[in-house]
Design a protein around this ligand. Structure first.
Ligand SMILES: C[S@@+](CC[C@H](N)C(=O)[O-])C[C@H]1O[C@@H](n2cnc3c(N)ncnc32)[C@H](O)[C@@H]1O
Length: 272
């Protein structure tokens, strides 16, 4: 694994921290499960397609595609989540090939897949241009790349920006995840490698009794937030309290009928 070869490399250390944060994500997959069906439909996955689910987490997209009859591979940087994914595939009684790995260094040959998908996943790779190049490299010409991402101006984008104000700056070259939620930036990043670029919007509604309940579950499960709370609790509890107040105020703007409304961007394109 690139992230483990050299822990003195700032980028490798950054990815190690990400991996530790995401290790607790499994309970949140209840929320991403319905959205997985939305992405698989958006991508037009068909029986027999060779599909790669990048940053697959507990396998919700991969297993949805496999249940349609696709031949699926799932990859994620966090071994604990690959273990959950394996278990989920067993329960659903589908075959999926699972890999622990990094989207910035995919362990697959050129043009190995008909469809490359990522749900709220590849957006967390620190170098978007490297992630995009890798996802496009393993996709065959005429194949489909499709992903779901959080826009910068909506709830999660605002929460990531808030987190950025409370954390030390990331290593040089690390880009914020929500660039992938801006259609203009997506167009630029996929560039002349694709045609027929299409965007759509969808809404994920996350049940919560209050904004504070929503924060408490996310503090234990959402990778970047797990690490941020760990850092502030150890260094400056007063700043942690201030962060939590600001966090709750943002979530309150999207709190509807005991759910947090999380609109997101869907992208689909064909590799030239
Ligand atoms: C919000 S979770 C989404 C998981 C899953 N796709 C879903 O929809 O439930 C983000 C995922 O990205 C993975 N991830 C983050 N950085 C990654 C990288 N560089 N390469 C592969 N996976 C990565 C995390 O381990 C985590 O599983």
């Amino acid at each position: 694994m690139a992230g483990r070869r050299c822990v003195t490399d700032p980028l490798a250390r950054f990815k190690d921290a990400q991996r530790q944060g995401w290790a607790h994500f499994a309970p949140l997959a209840d929320n991403t499960t319905p959205e997985a069906a939305r992405l698989v439909k958006h991508a037009g996955v068909r029986p027999g397609d060779r599909v790669l689910d990048v940053a697959c987490g507990t396998g919700v997209v991969a297993i949805t595609a496999a249940r349609l009859g696709a031949r699926v591979t799932g990859l994620d940087i966090t071994p604990e989540l690959i273990a959950h994914a394996r278990e989920n595939a067993g329960i659903a009684d589908v075959e999926v090939e699972w890999h622990e790995g990094d989207v910035e260094e995919l362990p697959f040959g050129d043009a190995a897949f008909d469809v490359v998908l990522s749900q709220f996943g590849h957006m967390f790779a620190p170098r978007p241009d490297v992630a995009a190049a890798e996802m496009l490299r393993v996709l065959k010409p005429g194949g489909t790349i499709a992903f779901s991402t959080w826009p910068p101006e909506l709830v999660l984008g605002r929460l990531f920006a808030l987190g950025g104000r409370y954390m030390p700056p990331p290593p040089a070259g690390v880009m914020p995840p929500t660039g992938w939620g801006d259609p203009n930036i997506v167009r630029e990043r996929l560039g002349s490698a694709v045609k027929d670029l299409v965007f759509d919007r969808a809404t994920m509604r996350v049940p919560a009794l209050s904004p504070q309940h929503s924060r408490r579950i996310s503090e234990r499960t959402a990778g970047p937030l797990v690490k941020l709370v760990e850092f502030l609790a150890a260094t400056d509890p007063a700043r942690l309290a201030a962060f939590r107040r600001e966090y709750d105020a943002i979530v309150a703007d999207y709190f509807e009928d005991n759910t947090v409304r999380q609109d997101y961007l869907l992208t689909r394109a064909t590799k030239i």
